[in-house]
Design a protein. Structure first.
Length: 344
């Protein structure tokens, strides 16, 4: 990774943030997954199972069309992104103009592919862990040994970073049924020398009792952030968890289609991963500029506040949050360099 090039990308990205431009893309390489998580409906759907994977050549086409829009934070997702055989080369292509990041369940992480991903320019990797109790985590993932593999993945990823700016996070979906686990997970992350993030459940990806947050959730999370330096989520984002869940996940307005968007594994462009049925066009066959114009039209005409996930909430907090200085300081804590072999 060229430090000079990376610094230039960061400066240009912050200019995009200052202008409230498009800053984030969720890119679904595939929808296959080796887990059958109880809080996700993707694996249950025959339509998702039948969707193809983005090929390397298709990715090159997408990257070429995204180039004038960059730099973006490009979240490589799925499904389980490490199931894609070309994920390292895809990361390398995207890293030329953007900041690739990834959320994984950790099952397929090895020292070899962890090092390869970071050498290819992966900016950060988050591993999903929702419970401090291995048995509960495994039960939710529908896979025995999932917790141990996630712990191993976090350690392996952190040991194989090749640049201090690259980060490894543990990330949890906050629900009433796991709120008591959050402090233990923060401590576990701290002991591993990594940082900790949270996201809020999306009602568009499944149904689950116990997913809702209580009115005290934001207060509890903010108290934990104040207590633990490795809990690096934005305070403005955490402050609205109770509001989002209490209103049935309806924080308005939503800026999906304006500041963030989604590309599925067929190249279809939508406002977000939860609105795949409303397509603004296909980036593989169409020009990006009119597609983005249609996304903005959707955003003006549609009213959706069905999530407060980190890909939406953190971005909107950074761009539109009330306490800009504090949120920028939190973003710095989330992204600043950590010495190789050191701890946050």
């Amino acid at each position: 990774m060229s430090v000079l090039k990376d610094s230039s990308k960061k400066m240009r990205y912050m200019l995009r943030v200052a202008r409230r431009d498009m800053v984030h893309l969720n890119l679904q390489l595939l929808y296959r997954c080796n887990f059958k998580c109880s809080i996700c409906d993707f694996w249950r759907s025959p339509s998702f199972a039948a969707m193809p994977e983005l090929s390397l050549e298709q990715l090159r086409v997408i990257a070429g069309k995204l180039k004038p829009l960059g730099p973006l934070i490009v979240s490589i997702g799925g499904g389980e992104p490490l199931l894609h055989p070309a994920v390292v080369e895809i990361t390398r292509i995207l890293a030329e103009d953007h900041f690739p990041v990834m959320i994984t369940n950790g099952w397929y992480v090895t020292p070899k592919n962890a090092r390869a991903l970071f050498e290819a320019g992966m900016h950060e990797v988050s591993v999903s862990v929702d419970y401090a109790d291995p048995a509960r985590h495994d039960a939710q993932r529908g896979t025995p040994g999932a917790w141990e593999r996630a712990m191993s993945a976090l350690k392996t990823l952190n040991e194989n970073r090749v640049h201090p700016e690259q980060r490894v996070h543990m990330i949890s979906v906050v629900m009433d049924e796991n709120i008591q686990d959050i402090e233990a997970l923060i401590k576990l992350s701290r002991d591993m020398g990594i940082t900790y993030l949270v996201t809020l459940y999306s009602s568009g990806r499944g149904r689950r009792s116990g997913k809702a947050c209580s009115p005290e959730t934001s207060e509890r999370l903010l108290a934990l952030k104040k207590k633990y330096g490795n809990f690096v989520a934005l305070r403005g984002y955490l402050a609205r968890f109770s509001e989002a869940a209490g209103n049935g996940n309806t924080i308005q307005p939503c800026y999906a289609g304006i500041n963030l968007f989604n590309i599925d594994s067929c190249g279809n462009v939508t406002r977000c991963i939860d609105s795949l049925g409303t397509q603004a066009g296909n980036i593989l066959t169409g020009d990006l500029e009119p597609i983005l114009g249609r996304l903005k039209e959707f955003s003006r005409s549609e009213s959706c506040g069905g999530c407060w996930t980190s890909c939406r909430g953190a971005i909107e907090t950074l761009l539109y949050g009330k306490d800009a200085v504090r949120n920028l300081l939190d973003m710095r804590a989330m992204t600043r360099g950590v010495p190789l072999g050191g701890k946050f």
